[in-house]
Design a protein around this ligand. Structure first.
Ligand SMILES: Cc1cc2nc3c(=O)[nH]c(=O)nc-3n(C[C@H](O)[C@H](O)[C@H](O)COP(=O)(O)OP(=O)(O)OC[C@H]3O[C@@H](n4cnc5c(N)ncnc54)[C@H](O)[C@@H]3O)c2cc1C
Length: 327
């Protein structure tokens, strides 16, 4: 095995070039699927150094916990010419408070986000982090990786959509720009070459938030459907996002507005079971709509059984999520 390919800590920022072809030892240190690949591994100590490394090596890719990236490498889907490891960048591994917001580092692990102190701050995101995969995945996987992978089953994504979080993106020469997380998830705005997600800005709502997930199995598993729901008493808003049923989280805006209008924001905030059930159905029908009626005026096709089942699952999750938030 080529020991020279292993990622090593560098005391200061510098590039460690390890060309396995030159040594004739192969590249087994990174993946068994690319034995002839040449690997450049860089371990910067700051966000700006990481951006500089990516700018200098356009073919390199950033890697945080590696849970998604290495799965793609091992599946033969990706052959990165170089890696820029983000694991040593301490500035993105924690969070800070800023004007009623929390600025979360992209390098926060899912395990860290699941802890009680984080849950007291942003309970919906903590619940999603706790539900994401088995412990070894949560120990390594990061918030930034979950966002950039943008998998439909990414558990933090519906919560970030419901919170209307924004991303602070670090670019060349110390530049920073901020975009709504939904812009990245919908492909409306993309990361440019050399850019990294540095932080996630999340409003601190000081109100109940819930995240519920259905999986096709017992124990940790990818979501078949998930619902994030947050109350925003200051704006008298209910915000809801449904995950895993489409390529990106879906916001049932009409259902949100309808249910917010039913809530006595200055009083008990409770809703009768019929209203909770109606909200669940409203959300589910918005996210998994009936097939469009045919142009020729014939009977519309029925929703396939699998879609019907998914719709019922979403309805149940949304009803329970709202019930818990209001209880
Ligand atoms: C067995 C298994 C089970 C899983 N179960 C779940 C689950 O239940 N729920 C769930 O949500 N996820 C699950 N995942 C997916 C995965 O763990 C998460 O998506 C994780 O959060 C990814 O983070 P990472 O740090 O490992 O990302 P990496 O693999 O390091 O990176 C992923 C992608 O993001 C890019 N990237 C990483 N950080 C940044 C950054 N700061 N700026 C720009 N680009 C960046 C990388 O270049 C790469 O393209 C599972 C994965 C596995 C292997």
């Amino acid at each position: 095995m080529c020991q020279s390919c292993h990622v090593r800590a560098l005391s200061t920022y510098r590039t460690a070039e390890r060309n396995c072809r030159d040594t004739g030892e192969g590249a087994a240190g990174l993946t068994t699927h690319a034995p002839q690949a040449s690997h450049t591994v860089t371990l910067p100590a700051s966000l700006d150094e990481a951006v500089a490394a990516l700018t200098a090596m356009p073919a390199a890719v950033p890697v945080a916990g590696g849970t998604d990236l290495m799965a793609a490498v091992n599946a033969g889907l990706l052959r990165p010419a170089g890696l820029v490891g983000l694991g040593r960048i301490s500035e993105i591994r924690g969070w800070q408070y800023l004007d009623g917001h929390a600025l979360l580092g992209a390098g926060l692990t899912l395990a860290r986000m699941g802890r009680p102190d984080f849950a007291a701050l942003i309970p919906g995101l903590a619940a999603a982090a706790r539900a994401a995969g088995p412990p070894q995945i949560r120990n390594a996987g990061t918030l930034g990786g979950n966002i950039v992978t943008s998998a439909p089953t990414g558990d933090t994504l519906p919560v970030l959509a419901a919170l209307e979080a924004t991303l602070v993106i670090a670019g060349p020469e110390g530049s920073r720009r901020e975009i709504p997380v939904s812009h990245l998830l919908t492909g409306r705005e993309m990361l440019q070459p050399g850019e990294l997600v540095g932080f996630v800005r999340v409003p601190l709502l000081h109100a109940p938030q819930t995240f519920l997930k259905a999986t096709g199995r017992t124990g940790p598993g990818r979501a078949t459907a998930s619902v994030a729901l947050v109350l925003d008493p200051a704006r008298r808003n209910v915000r809801c996002a449904v995950g895993a049923v489409a390529a990106m989280p879906l916001r049932p805006l009409e259902a949100e507005q309808w249910v917010a209008s039913l809530i006595d924001w200055d009083g008990e905030r409770g809703l009768v079971p019929e209203a909770l059930a109606a909200f669940g159905d409203y959300v589910a029908a918005a996210c998994i709509p009936d097939p469009a009626p045919p142009q020729d005026g014939s009977e519309p096709a029925a929703l396939p059984p699998a879609a019907l089942h998914l719709r019922r699952t979403v309805a149940a999750l949304a009803r329970r999520a709202l019930g818990r938030a209001l209880s």
